[in-house]
Design a protein around this ligand. Sequence first.
Ligand code: FAD
Length: 436
Amino acid sequence: MANSIESGWIAQAQPYRSFPALTGNVTTDWLIIGGGFTGLSAARELAARCPGERIMLIDAKRIAQGAAARNSGFNVGYDVPDFTRETAAANMAEYLARTRIDIAGATENERLIRDLGISCDYLPTGYFYAVHDPARFAGAAALADVLRDAGAEAQVLEGDAVPARFGTGFYRRALFIGGGGNGSLQPAKFSKGLVDNMPAPVELHEDTPALGLSPASGGGAVVTIPGGQIRAKKVILALNGLLPRFGYKRFRMVPLTLTASLTRPLTAEEDEAIGRPEPWAVLCPIKGGTTARLTQDRRILIRNTAEYRPAGVDAAGVAVRRQTHLLGLRRRFPSMTEADIEFSWAGTMAGSRGYRFIFEQASPDVFLTACCNGNGVARLSMLGRLLVQYATGDQNELLTTTLSLAQPGLLPPDPFLRIGVAARFALDRRKVADEV
Ligand SMILES: Cc1cc2nc3c(=O)[nH]c(=O)nc-3n(C[C@H](O)[C@H](O)[C@H](O)COP(=O)(O)OP(=O)(O)OC[C@H]3O[C@@H](n4cnc5c(N)ncnc54)[C@H](O)[C@@H]3O)c2cc1C
């Protein structure tokens, strides 16, 4: 099979239901713009909190086929701290606060998978941080201590246990992190399951780009769409890295484009040769390193590019980046060739300074959230729910925590941002070259 430039997850989650585009002039109580994890969780929460009110969700393209179906499928409650026990005093409180949100999101995802019966290859078995050069992860044991202090399960793997666990000699030191909902899933099947189980009052519309947003006279907002407009009492913006296109948060977030590849399933003989390891999900503790998975259906996922490209990457660009994926794949599984890669694709996410996220009432009737910093499956699912709680006047402890973390630091304008991010990523990649 030729290499396909589409998300391998989406290809395997087919068929998708389709939803009609919206045209003409309509009015609604609630309008959610963007049908990823943020928008879908906001819609579910609104349906529960506001019975009898009109709730509409529009997406410029297909619902649940943006980053929601293009990510690496890590559902993360316990992220890895970027500090040690020695510096924990200054950092632990914020890490724990953020982790409370992530755990709430990851465990709620688990609950939905279970209660709604979403079949998405979910494995509640934690994930790993792993490296090729053990010297680069000399702090693994200290990190495990910090994680255990925070309530996670954490265990360092060394020596023969590492290749035995992963079925490749590439990794030589690893840290297992479990608990708090940590696990992995097939992201397209999961997000499609959320759509398939969306409570009936939510009206879903695809191929309906919001073109502009302005305050309505007498309250609410008017959103322009092709051939019409939507007048909404309240608007929720769930736009991921495209939020700045609406004029919000241009200097608080960095839209990033990531690319990934997925191989064909290993043959029974290949699986036997690597010792039939249990599925695994691995992140790199060093910035710029590779994300890899051995999935339940015995495919290898490799994600090892990230760059500042607000316009995304086209098919030719994905094909170029596939060579970097191939490099990472062959380092782990040398017998693999480019022909073994079935799918390669690109997706977007948003980063910010200091792992902080965007979460605010931007004007009396417009609410927005964004910036997962790599943990959108759990964090943005929770932030979407919390944003609805905020917009409906709820008050609770997690919301207070969320608001306290909701102001990322300022970033410079382009071209300084573009040059700065490119230089930083290039430096990271040089430092981490043998981990790719
Ligand atoms: C390759 C890759 C790997 C990743 N791996 C992980 C991982 O393993 N774990 C993890 O937690 N996170 C991961 N992430 C991040 C995570 O996928 C994202 O943070 C998350 O999916 C973003 O959710 P969202 O709802 O904000 O955005 P999206 O899912 O992108 O949804 C936003 C939606 O808004 C729509 N939209 C945009 N503009 C308009 C408009 N004008 N009008 C209407 N609709 C519009 C888009 O079409 C899109 O469907 C990864 C991301 C990528 C790209």
